[in-house]
Design a protein around this ligand. Structure first.
Ligand SMILES: Nc1ncnc2c1ncn2[C@@H]1O[C@H](COP(=O)(O)OP(=O)(O)OP(=O)(O)O)[C@@H](O)[C@H]1O
Length: 576
């Protein structure tokens, strides 16, 4: 899908319906003028009584009713088309963001994306609800009126023919400007939304650093930028309306003058013809003028739609999953083959990693800060797609499996696990299937060493936590995440060990829980603690995105000086 025009042309049924409505409205306009003139002519020139013109007035009422119903259907079908397209665009954006949440979150600001989904898509509305129905109507009604006028009075037809093109010319000149300005407005809105949400999320940090006032100014400037862009569009809209009114009034005036001269001075036409033409002419110009106004709306929609299409067309390294089932619950044999990934041109990259991970082994990924440990963990989890190489599970590429099957096998305990707004029990239960009993939740909590904490709370497992409830420390959140893992019983566990200092007791609880989990799974840990590193079956030592060594602690201490010096720093300076 490349443009709104293409989407509109694809809706053939709706377009045909709108054209039929235009034919009905156009015919009604002509009959309305005819019957009105007939009634006036009858009463004022032919001295007919009211009862004589009553059938004409009845016909006039019917025609007005038909015209009103026609307009109602035109508006209704336009709104329906707009709703359909907006729903479709939002679905596509949502799918794009949701399909690869990690890739999507790496690019652009959250606020900008929300504004894209809500405001930019809303801007598309006018194109379908107003512009398209009006374009269809204008392709029929003015031509019909012009033909009728030519049959009645050629001079008036010629004046209309000469003056009418001014309106499309204005529309094109103004429309070209509007589309560019509307794109600018959308950019400004996205920037403003992004900054605003960013500032809200980081309000505490900004306050602590005394930056709240400066940030306020940034937001203010950003909102002023959006205001100015909006005012520019309104300026164009008002100028365009003004010019359209001037051209329309002048044109109607010229036709009226010409009719008056023919009627009074030359007496070359009848009152009926002059009045009939005079009633039809404003309808002709009003249809063109309406198109001019909605043309402006249409161009604004096109500007917004261009932004939406650009976002949809943005290429991302997609994680594409296959259809193969994982039918075993045992930890798989894993192998990294020439694994490579980069965040973008000239950005951090993981290069050519080759390694075998045997089932039930304890793997520690170590390296300096920024060496790519978390990135490697994301690759192993299947959250980032490798640029080259692959991860094999039992000899088959990871991405040949079904996404759900792999995630069912996987437990990922991040440093800052997400706690949903709900009770402690609800938060733990997301690790289990659809029906998790309270006993299972409590057992998992005990295994994760979080039971004591829960029991010390007044409402126990029913204590609300997350955004609307009680706060939790980093260590407590990780233990909740471990409780989720005990419920899930994954065969591969990825664990991002906390870098912050934990008290001795919490550290012991964490170690004991992980040991228990490791009995049934392969555990791959981004390790910061010497205890974890020393007890690992294999250590992967990363430096600047490269795997420079792998082996046991003793082997690396002997053969890799960089590893030895890192361990010595962790021990507090004694390299031994
Ligand atoms: N979205 C991103 N775009 C570009 N570069 C990124 C992105 N995310 C991370 N990086 C860069 O990739 C490098 C590796 O990051 P990663 O988080 O994998 O390191 P790490 O070894 O886990 O570090 P730490 O121990 O400090 O958590 C860093 O230099 C980081 O700045």
């Amino acid at each position: 899908m490349k443009s709104l025009k293409e989407i509109a042309s694809a809706q053939k049924k709706d377009m045909l319906f709108l054209f039929m409505v235009a034919v009905v409205i156009g015919t009604a306009i002509v009959f309305q003028a005819f019957l009105l003139v007939k009634a006036v002519d009858g009463v004022f020139l032919n001295e007919q009584s009211i009862s004589q013109v009553l059938p004409t007035l009845g016909g006039l009422f019917l025609v007005l009713l038909v015209r009103t119903i026609g307009n109602y259907w035109k508006g209704k079908r336009g709104i329906e088309m707009a709703t359909k397209v907006k729903r479709h665009l939002r679905k596509e954006l949502m799918e794009k963001y949701a399909k690869n949440p990690l890739q999507s979150s790496l690019r652009g600001q959250t606020g900008g994306k929300v504004s894209m989904m809500m405001d930019a898509v809303d801007e598309v509305d006018n194109y379908f609800s107003k512009y398209i129905p009006q374009v269809i109507q204008t392709t029929f009604i003015p031509i019909l009126i012009l033909i009728i006028v030519f049959t009645q009075h050629v001079n008036s037809g010629l004046i209309m023919l000469v003056t009418a093109p001014f309106i499309p010319i204005f529309m094109i000149v103004i429309g070209m400007k509007t589309k560019v300005k509307s794109e600018e407005q959308m950019d400004q809105l996205a920037a403003f939304s992004g900054r605003f949400l960013d500032a809200l999320q980081g309000l505490t940090t900004l306050k602590l650093f005394g930056q709240a006032k400066r940030q306020k100014e940034t937001i203010e400037n950003s909102s002023l930028g959006f205001r100015d862009a909006t005012m520019e569009i309104l300026k164009v809209a008002f100028t365009s309306s003004f010019m359209l009114e001037v051209v329309t009034m002048l044109s109607i005036g010229i036709v009226a003058l010409e009719l008056a001269i023919q009627l009074i001075v030359y007496q070359s036409i009848s009152f009926f013809t002059a009045f009939f033409v005079l009633v039809l002419v404003p309808e002709f110009f009003s249809s063109l003028k309406e198109l001019g106004t909605t043309f402006h709306n249409g161009r604004t929609s096109m500007g917004a739609a261009k932004k939406v299409f650009e976002e949809l067309a943005e290429e991302e390294q997609l994680v594409k999953w296959g259809q193969m089932a994982i039918d075993h619950t045992e930890p798989p044999e894993m192998e990294l083959q020439n694994l490579a990934f980069r965040y973008g041109e000239d950005q951090f990259s993981i290069n050519n990693i080759n390694e075998k991970i045997t089932p039930y082994s304890q793997i520690a990924i170590v390296g300096r800060s920024g060496s790519g440990k978390t990135t490697l963990l994301h690759l192993l989890a299947g959250l980032l797609a490798p640029e080259e190489g692959e991860i094999l599970l039992n000899g088959q590429g990871l991405y040949r499996y079904r996404e759900k099957d792999w995630f069912d096998q996987l437990g990922y305990i991040t440093q800052d696990p997400f706690i949903f707004s709900g009770t402690i029990a609800e938060n733990i239960s997301i690790g289990g299937g659809e029906h998790v009993s309270r006993e299972e939740i409590e057992k998992a909590a005990k295994q994760a060493g979080v039971d004591d904490l829960v029991c010390s709370l007044d409402k126990g497992y029913d204590t609300p936590i997350g955004e609307a409830g009680r706060g939790l420390s980093g260590g407590e959140k990780q233990r909740l995440a471990i409780a989720r893992a005990f419920l899930k019983k994954p065969s591969v566990i990825l664990f991002d060990e906390p870098t912050t200092g934990l008290d001795l007791q919490t550290e012991k609880i964490l170690q004991a829980s992980m040991k228990q989990l490791a009995q049934h799974a392969t555990v791959i840990t981004v390790a910061h603690r010497l205890h974890t590193i020393k007890h690992a079956d294999k250590i992967l030592f990363l430096e600047k995105g490269r795997l420079i060594a792998s082996g046991s602690h003793e082997e690396l201490m002997e053969s890799v000086p960089a590893y030895k010096s890192m361990v010595s720093v962790q021990r507090g300076g004694t390299a031994s």
